[in-house]
Design a protein around this ligand. Structure first.
Ligand code: F6P
Length: 557
C-alpha cells in the first residue's frame, strides 16, 4: 500500500507563493540595479559546473518560499529515501537506485532488499570494462577472425537515447578506427540505412533492452541477425552450429532479463546485466552504456561515472539554499505552476551536445508527465513541461524570435564550455570566442530586453518602434564548465536527473514509472493483424482508425 501522497496546493507555502506571485512584477533590470550582489549571490558551483541562476524571475523572497514548499512537500526526505533504496517507485514497488551505479568502490556497503548493491555494480562494471578492452584492442574478433571496427547498439528509449547522446558528446574521446552506430526505430529504414555500408565480418551488435521484450528492439535484433547470416554466407557453413557461432562472436546483450537473452540465442556469457531499480531513462551509466565504454574506453567511462557521483554528493549533502539541482527543480515548479510556463528550452552551445535535448525529453517528460499522484489520487496542479531545444547558434536563427518577443514564457537553460575541442580561427578571430559572445548576448538580451526609448535613440522610425522593442524578463539559467569532458557530461546528466526528481517530489507524483507508454504498445499489437489481412481485426476498429487503415492498404505499394 503506497504511503499517502501530499497535495502541494494545500500547503501554506503554495498559498504564500500565489500571493507573492500576485504582488510581484518581474523586473530583472530593476532587481539587478537595486542589488549589486545579485549575480554573485545567485551563482553557484556544483562540481565543475558553474551555474548562474541570477537571470531567473525570482527574488530572495521567491527562493525562500520555494524552499518552504520543498520542506512542506518532503522533498529532502524523499531524496534521502531514494539514496537509501526505499521503494519510492510505488506503482512498480521498486527502489530507485541509479545513484548506486556510480558509487565508487570502497564506500560503506549499500545493501538494499538483501542485495549487496555495490558488489553487484562493481562486478558488472568489471565485465563491461573487460569486454570494452577486448574490442578496443582487437582481441575480440568476428567469427572470421576480423577485427571489430563498428559496434551497432540496438535499443530504444533509455536503451538508445543515453548511449547515442553520450557517444556524440564525447566524440573527442573515441578510439580512432572504432565507430558506434545506433538503431532504434522499428521503421525498417533505420536498420537498413545503418547497416547498408557495413561489413558483417567486422560488425558487432549490442542488443540493449532492460526488459528484452520491447517490440522495436527485438524486431531489429532479429533483422540484424539475419543480415549477419546473409552477409556471412559463403564465409561460414550453412548450418545451425555455424550460425550460433556467428551470433556468439557478433552479438552481445545488455538486459535485466538474462533468461530472455538466452532464448534469443545470445550466450549468457556475452550478456551484461543490470537491475530493476534502474529506470530505462536513468540507465546510461549502467551496462546500457556498454557502447560508450567501448568507444571511449574504461578509464574515460569511469570518469563519466565519477562526474555523476560528484553531483549526487552535492545534491545529497548541500543545504537547500546552495543545492543547485534542487533549486533548479524548484525554479521549474515556479515557472510551471505560478507563472504559467508550458515548455522549457535547453540550448547547448556545443555541437557535441546536439542530442542532449532529445535525451532530456525522455528523462523529464517520461518521468513527470503524470496526472495522478503516487497513491492514485488526481493531481491538483499542472505537472511536467515540454522540454525541447537545439544547439545554439542554430536555434537563434530559427525559434529564438518566439522566446524573445512571443507571448509565451519559456524558461531556458543555456549550456556552454570555456574551452572548445576545436580551437579554430577565422583570420585573427577566435571562432569559439565569437560563438560564446552569442551565448552571453542571448541571455543578456532575454533578461534585460530593449526599451522603446532605447529603440528610438537609435533613430528608428516611430511606426516600427513597437516591433523592435524587446520586453526582457525572459528567464534563463547559464551553465558553464571548463570543457566537455566525460566527467562534466556525467555531471550534466546527474544535474537534470535531480532537477527532475525535485519537481516530481513537489508534485507528489511517481517520477519513476511510465504507464503512459503502455496503451499505444498494446493497441499496436492488436492493430497489426488488421494491416496484414485479418478482416475481423480491421472491422473491429473505430471508424477513423478503420478509414485510415483502409487508405493505407489501398496505397501500400
Ligand atoms: O516504452 C518506454 C520504455 O519502457 C522506456 O521507459 C524504456 O527506456 C524503453 O521503453 C525501452 O525499454 P527496454 O530497455 O526494456 O527495451
Amino acid at each position: 500500500m503506497a504511503a499517502p501522497s501530499h497535495d502541494p496546493t494545500s500547503t501554506a507555502a503554495w498559498s504564500a507563493l500565489l500571493a507573492h506571485r500576485d504582488a510581484t512584477t518581474p523586473d530583472l533590470r530593476g532587481w539587478f540595479d537595486a542589488d549589486p550582489g545579485r549575480a554573485q549571490r545567485l551563482t553557484m558551483d556544483v562540481a565543475d559546473l558553474h551555474v548562474d541562476l541570477s537571470k531567473n524571475l525570482v527574488t530572495d523572497e521567491t527562493l525562500a518560499l520555494l524552499s518552504d514548499l520543498a520542506e512542506q512537500t518532503g522533498v529532502l526526505d524523499r531524496l534521502q529515501a531514494m539514496f537509501a533504496g526505499e521503494h519510492i517507485n510505488v506503482t512498480e514497488d521498486r527502489a530507485v537506485l541509479h545513484t548506486a551505479l556510480r558509487r565508487p568502490a570502497g564506500l560503506d556497503p549499500l545493501t538494499v532488499d538483501g542485495q549487496d548493491v555495490d558488489a553487484d555494480v562493481q562486478a558488472e562494471l568489471a565485465k563491461v570494462y573487460e569486454f570494452a578492452r577486448a574490442v578496443r584492442s582487437g582481441e575480440w574478433t568476428g567469427v572470421t577472425g576480423q577485427r571489430i571496427t563498428t559496434v551497432v547498439n540496438i535499443g530504444i528509449g533509455g536503451s538508445d537515447l543515453g548511449p547515442v547522446m553520450a557517444y556524440e558528446a564525447l566524440a573527442a574521446y573515441r578510439q580512432p578506427g572504432l565507430t558506434c552506430r545506433f538503431v532504434s526505430n522499428i521503421d525498417p529504414t533505420d536498420l537498413a540505412e545503418t547497416t547498408a555500408d557495413l561489413d558483417p565480418a567486422s560488425t558487432l551488435f549490442i542488443v540493449a533492452s532492460k526488459t528484452f521484450g520491447t517490440l522495436e528492439t527485438l524486431t531489429n535484433a532479429r533483422l540484424a541477425r539475419q543480415w549477419l547470416w546473409d552477409g556471412l554466407a559463403g564465409e561460414i557453413d550453412d548450418d545451425d552450429t555455424s550460425r550460433r557461432e556467428a551470433v556468439a562472436r557478433h552479438f552481445v546483450a545488455v538486459s535485466t532479463a538474462l533468461d530472455k537473452v538466452a532464448d534469443f540465442g545470445i550466450d549468457p556469457d556475452n550478456a551484461f546485466g543490470f537491475w530493476d531499480w534502474v529506470g530505462g531513462r536513468y540507465s546510461v551509466d549502467s551496462a546500457i552504456g556498454t557502447s560508450l565504454a567501448v568507444a571511449v574506453g574504461p578509464e574515460r567511462f569511469a570518469e563519466f561515472l565519477a562526474g555523476f557521483h560528484a553531483v549526487d554528493e552535492h545534491v545529497r549533502t548541500t543545504p537547500l539554499e546552495r543545492n543547485v539541482p534542487l533549486l533548479m527543480g524548484l525554479l521549474n515548479v515556479w515557472y510551471v505552476n505560478f507563472l504559467g510556463a508550458h515548455t522549457h528550452a535547453v540550448l547547448p552551445y556545443s555541437q557535441y551536445l546536439h542530442r542532449f535535448p532529445a535525451y532530456l525529453q525522455q528523462l523529464t517528460m517520461e518521468s513527470n508527465g503524470k496526472s495522478v499522484r503516487w497513491d492514485g489520487r488526481p493531481v491538483t496542479c499542472d505537472t511536467g513541461e515540454v522540454f525541447w531545444g537545439e544547439p545554439g547558434t542554430n536555434g537563434q536563427h530559427a525559434f529564438y524570435q518566439l522566446i524573445h518577443q512571443g507571448t509565451r514564457l519559456i524558461p531556458a537553460d543555456f549550456v556552454a564550455f570555456a574551452t572548445p575541442q576545436h580551437a579554430l580561427t577565422d583570420g585573427d578571430t577566435d571562432v569559439h570566442a565569437l560563438f560564446m559572445a552569442n551565448f552571453f548576448a542571448q541571455t543578456k538580451a532575454l533578461a534585460f530586453g530593449k526599451t522603446a526609448e532605447e529603440v528610438r535613440a537609435e533613430g528608428t522610425a516611430e511606426d516600427v518602434v513597437p516591433a523592435r522593442v524587446f520586453p526582457g524578463n525572459r528567464p534563463t539559467t547559464s551553465i558553464i564548465a571548463a570543457s566537455l569532458t566525460p566527467s562534466v557530461l556525467g555531471q550534466l546528466i546527474a544535474l537534470y536527473e535531480h532537477i527532475t526528481f525535485a519537481e516530481g517530489a513537489v508534485w507528489g507524483i511517481d517520477s519513476f514509472d511510465q504507464w503512459g507508454v503502455e496503451l499505444g504498445k498494446q493497441l499496436a499489437l492488436q492493430i497489426a493483424p488488421a494491416l496484414t489481412g485479418d478482416d475481423d481485426a480491421l472491422r473491429s476498429q473505430d471508424p477513423s482508425t478503420q478509414g485510415l487503415i483502409d487508405w493505407y492498404l489501398a496505397h501500400r505499394a
